[in-house]
Structure formats: C-alpha cells, structure tokens
Write a protein that binds this ligand. Structure first.
Ligand code: MG
Length: 383
C-alpha cells in the first residue's frame, strides 16, 4: 500500500523544483491529523467535491440559464473543463496536479445564481456593507459557510488552496485577503488555474453561442484565431457539416492555446532561471502566460464575446430579469430577516442582515432563486 509519506517522497522526486509540494504545505487553520494515504492537497480536493456548494454548481448559470437547454455549460461543467485543462498544463510543467485540481474545482464555489448578472447586482446592493466579489465569497464559502465538520466551520482547507482561491482575483487590497501577502506572486499552480479558467470560458462560450444561434459562423471568421483554426479543420477533414465544424474548430483553439501556454511558460521559467518556489514568489512578473501573439488573438476573442455574446439582447434580457428579482429577494430579506432559515437568521447579530441575505442569495441555484421568488411574492404559492 502506498502511504502518504511515500506519495510526498515521490512529489519531491518527480515535480519541478518550483512546484508546491504537499509536504511543505502551511497547513490548516484548525490543526488536524494528516491522512494515512492522501496528501494534504488531495484531501482538499476531496473536501471540495463533497461540499454542498460544489453540488449546487450544477444548477448555476455560466452564460445561458439552466432552463434554456440541457446542452449548455453550467457552472459545474465549466468547473470540470477548467480542472481538466489545468491538470494537463500542470502535468506538462511539472507542477502539483493535486493542488491545481483542488483550486480549479473550488474556483467558482462563490458564484451567484444567474452568472455575472447575479454578481453585479449583489455588488451594487452590498456597496455600503463590505461589498461582494465572487472570489472573496468563494473563500467565505470554504472558510465559513460550508457546515460539514463538527470540529470547525467551513472545509478547513490548506493555506495554499485558500491563498490560490483569493489570488485568482486581481483585487488583493481587500481586508479579507490581508493574510495573503499581496506583493508576492501567486503559486504557479494558482497561475495555471487562472489562465485555464479563461481558456475554458472563451472556447465554451464560442461553442455555446454558436450552438444557441446567438453567434454566427461568418461573424466568428472576423477573429484571427477562429479563422486559422477553421482553415486548419478544413485542411485536416475537408468539408464538414456545421455542427462538426464548430466542435472541431473549438477543439483546435483549445489545443493551440494550451500548447502555446505550456511552451511559452516553460521558456519563461527557463529564461528567468526560476529554480525554487521562493523565486516564483519574488518574480516581478506572472510566469504562466501565453506568447504575445496568442495573447493578442485571445484578447480579440474576449472583445468579440463581450460585444456579440455577453451583450446580446437575449443574454441582456435574461440578465436584467435576474437582477430585478435578486434585488427584490434581497430587499425583502433585509426588510424582515425573520424570513431567513434559522442557520442564517442566527448570524444576523454578528454579520448584519445585508451580509446574511447576500450569503443566502449567493448560495442559491438559479431554480431555487426562482422558486424562492414565487414563494415570497406569489400569493397562491406555498411558503
Ligand atoms: Mg470560472
């Protein structure tokens, strides 16, 4: 049987010198005995998967709301794509795959229902009460809001996973994040998750947008990377029907981006003579990045998606509707917090009604929020 110490030993031998080693983990907020055959980061990954917030990702919107159709990405499938891409990159760079997987699976736990519309409206409503930002809220979910273990609140994850969750954002000046030294660069494993997130959403939003008829193939040819990938697909397979052409073009784009990222990051690590985790921390620049050429083409995709998909009138209508009723839910809970379920209501003294209402709403799935709206405002609905 392979014991934890042996797995840790193998990490020391097989991972790159600049990788985060589970043996060197800064440990957990509440001291716990190590597991006999799982490393600290493997255990974190398992805790994330067993959490209730993780299961709820299945019914949270990525871009398309759940009831629009069964083929679109949800927060859960998005999260799985991020984890898959991140693990491939981590393995190719000799980084800690278990840590990357734990961070990737946790990275969107703090996302609200209804995608960015939900986050935007909560940020506005919470402006005077400490604000709302989904990465910081993810930390709140894993540190406090998950209730599974009698010995401590939250999931009691390792410092490295918690820091990587917060450093997944650019806003390091927030008091909640003060314990994570803002001047230091994130671990390479966190940097990998950050870019994998963007590789995943760029590619799957193009895919979902085309599938849903919100984007048109002719428009996509305006983008260099799409045009090159589409040409490569035709060169490889000849004429395909539009469905296969869409799937293969997206596939080529992911492969190009991942390959470029791995090659460019490996070259950067070598050029900067990075030989330890300390040097990663002190490096003046992020080391997991695309080549300038691919970065430029990727920026083009993001601008395109912003203009053609995220601002599409159908997406805007969904977003506006979601904002309206999230705002009404929030105001109603704050007006009379006794309507909140007991575990939430109990925290009002400490955290104030706004923060507690925000926690409750942010944790909801799309369909739960819709149901809750009916229960509160439809006189014929059961409460
Ligand atoms: Mg994400």
């Amino acid at each position: 049987m392979l014991m934890r110490q042996e797995i840790e030993e193998r990490e020391m031998d097989s991972l790159a010198p600049y990788a985060a080693k589970s043996r060197a983990s800064h440990n957990r907020t509440y001291a716990e005995e190590e597991h006999p055959f799982r490393t600290a980061f493997q255990r974190d990954r398992d805790r994330v998967i067993h959490s209730s917030a993780f299961r709820r990702l299945e019914y949270k919107t990525q871009v398309f709301v759940n009831h629009e159709g069964d083929h679109y990405r949800t927060r859960l499938t998005h999260t799985m794509e991020v984890a898959q891409i991140a693990r491939i990159i981590a393995r190719a760079l000799g980084l800690n795959e278990d840590l990357v997987e734990a961070v990737a699976l946790a990275h969107d736990l703090g996302h609200t229902p209804f995608g960015h519309a939900g986050e935007d409206i909560l940020r506005l409503l919470m402006q005077q009460y400490g604000g709302f930002e989904h990465n910081l809220h993810t930390l709140r979910v894993v540190d406090l809001l998950e209730r599974r273990y009698p010995q401590f609140p939250g999931l009691n994850l390792t410092w490295e996973v918690r820091e990587s969750i917060v450093k997944h954002t650019t806003r390091h000046d927030h008091p909640v994040a003060a314990e994570f030294l803002p001047r230091l660069q994130p671990l390479l494993e966190a940097q990998v998750v950050e870019v994998s997130d963007s590789i995943a959403y760029d590619s799957h939003d193009l895919d979902d947008g085309l599938y849903g008829g919100l984007l048109l193939e002719e428009e996509l040819l305006e983008m260099e990377l799409w045009k090159e990938a589409a040409a490569k697909v035709t060169q490889t397979y000849g004429d395909l029907d539009s469905r296969q052409r869409r799937i293969q073009t997206v596939r080529f784009i992911i492969n190009w981006e991942v390959t470029d990222l791995v090659e460019n990051s490996a070259a950067l690590l070598e050029k900067n003579k990075i030989a330890s985790l300390e040097e990663v921390r002190q490096s003046p620049e992020i080391l997991v990045t695309f080549s300038p050429d691919v970065q430029r083409k990727k920026d083009e995709i993001e601008t395109f998606l912003l203009e053609h998909l995220y601002k599409h009138y159908r997406v805007t209508r969904m977003a506006q509707k979601a904002k309206r009723f999230i705002q009404e839910l929030f105001q109603e809970y704050v007006r009379n917090p006794a309507q909140l379920p007991p575990p939430y209501e109990q925290r009002i003294k400490e955290d104030g009604p706004q923060r507690v209402a925000c926690d409750y709403i942010a944790g909801m799935t799309d369909r739960f929020a819709l149901d809750e709206y009916k229960k509160l405002f439809d006189p014929y609905e059961r409460v």
